[in-house]
Design a protein around this ligand. Structure first.
Ligand code: GDP
Ligand code: GDP
Length: 433
């Protein structure tokens, strides 16, 4: 199940500082170079083997004074509906403000777990001032310092207790999620696949409050589509369309086997698109890129190649994935998109027999062994695929700690060259034998 932790609160209490700490996005140096971090308001986090998605609501608030309080209030309402756990952040140095009181009033009606996080508690003197926040009427408070990280462990221990462990009822069909920024053409694609007849929308038990599920069973294809576009008209404040769409996207993505990430050919791959891509990759989902509105692009014989290169540059190092150029309105390559998703789904389920894996990989390793380190030689003896939802490979060797990133990448490339894993993130481990 998808678990989303939303950090809400007024500006400057320290939401993005906590967000950065939880997702460790400061470590994403590569992303800093490509200018991605600026718009990064949601990401992947982990605590005692539980993974979840954190969303920093502050990133979606406009700066203009008149919309912003309304926008914050609406975000709280959306968070109550869509998130699994809500962190309400307040600031010990300012005490309770009017806006804090207003947010608390909304949150007191929530049936979802809400934790009051008192931030900027950097020292013991400030710790003594935290008890005033019990007046918010939301129960236990969690004093933390987002800056130093103190108190965050206790908070996360409590947060994961609120996670949803309920299993979605499985019908065994592949689940494809169509995701992308507003207006790229997601609804149009779904309409062209299923016709205007939305009556075939069949909610699966336990998921009705999540995204909409559509059973597609035509032309030899049988799968579930997860639609994120259908419900977006609910927001009143324009600024929150993006926020709402992100919440829906995260949920759909975590539920899906394969993500069809639709981008706008005219606008190209933007930072929000790259964020969604990384989230899908970190969740080990199959990925197909759809470059839609291809009819609006003036083309020559090099255009597709140039587009492909530009996209792959932004997605590197994971570039072994299908990129399909579609025009939903002109009905171009829609079926190809479905076929690509089906193939990626099969690739993700693929299990390579151990003997075949060793027959192919060991000679390659033999002729290009890991470089020696401090005079020591790494000997890889044996490889096997570990059973899991997505492909994982364990390479058994004498000195696993000596294997560095470039060699790991070499191994991954060889796996991809010899066994088709197009569209699928693979994990490679080196284990002591
Ligand atoms: P947001 O608007 O809620 O996202 O707040 P930010 O994360 O941007 O933080 C606002 C300011 O508070 C920044 O100057 C941070 O450096 C500062 N800040 C955040 N967390 C702490 C903390 O734990 N202690 C102190 N002293 N300052 C903090
Ligand atoms: P969504 O917000 O992602 O669900 O996007 P919609 O499906 O509502 O599409 C947004 C707009 O883009 C609509 O006006 C569509 O008619 C238009 N659109 C969708 N696909 C295409 C396409 O392939 N080419 C062109 N030119 N317009 C498209």
């Amino acid at each position: 199940m998808s678990n989303i932790v939303a950090i809400v609160g007024r500006p400057n209490v320290g939401k993005s500082t906590l967000y950065n700490r939880l997702t460790e996005s400061r470590k994403a140096i590569v992303d800093d170079f490509s200018g991605v971090t600026r718009d990064r308001h949601y990401g992947h986090a982990e605590w005692v083997n539980r993974t979840f998605t954190v969303i920093d609501t502050g990133g979606y608030v406009a700066n203009s004074e008149d919309v912003f309080e309304a926008a914050i209030r609406e975000q709280v309402v959306i968070a109550i509906e869509e998130a699994t756990v809500i962190l309400f952040m307040v600031d010990v140095t300012t005490g309770i403000t009017d806006l804090d009181d207003e947010i608390a009033a909304l949150l007191r009606r929530s049936k979802k777990p809400v934790h009051v996080v008192v931030n900027k508690v950097d020292n013991t003197a400030r710790y003594d001032e935290t008890c005033i926040f019990y007046a918010l009427g939301l129960g236990e408070i969690f004093p933390i310092s987002s800056m130093t990280g103190s108190g965050t462990g206790e908070l996360l221990d409590e947060v994961i207790k609120g996670f949803d462990d309920e299993e979605v009822e499985e019908n065994g069909l592949p689940k494809f999620a169509i995701v992308g920024r507003p207006n790229v053409g997601k609804s149009s694609l779904i309409n062209s696949l299923i016709g205007q007849d939305r009556n075939i929308v069949t909610p699966i038990a336990g998921t009705t409050r999540d995204s909409i599920h559509i059973h597609y069973n035509q032309f030899g294809h049988n799968f579930m589509l997860i639609d994120t576009a259908g419900l977006r008209k609910k927001t009143k404040v324009h600024e929150n369309i993006e926020f709402y769409s992100v919440m829906r996207t995260i949920k759909a993505l975590e539920e899906a086997d394969v993500v069809l990430l639709m981008i706008d050919a005219v606008e190209g791959m933007e930072s929000q698109d790259v964020n969604i891509f990384h989230l899908a990759e970190k969740n080990k989902k199959g990925i197909v890129i759809l470059v839609n509105k291809w009819d609006l692009i003036e083309k020559n014989n090099k255009t597709t190649k140039v587009f492909e290169e530009q996209i792959k540059q932004k997605l590197a190092p994971f570039t072994d994935l299908p990129i399909i150029f579609t025009s939903v309105t002109e009905k171009q390559r829609i079926f190809k998109a479905i076929e690509a998703a089906t193939k990626v789904y099969e690739n993700r389920k693929k299990k390579i027999p151990t003997s075949k894996l060793n027959d192919v990989m060991l000679p390659l390793i033999e002729s290009f062994p890991p470089p020696s380190l401090k005079g020591k030689f790494v000997k890889i003896k044996y490889v096997t695929q570990i059973t899991g939802t997505a492909p994982m490979f364990a390479f058994f060797c004498n000195l696993p700690q000596y294997i560095k990133e470039p060699y790991k990448r070499f191994i991954e490339n060889k796996l991809r060259e010899n066994f088709d894993f197009e569209g699928v993130p693979v994990q490679i481990f080196f284990r002591q034998k």
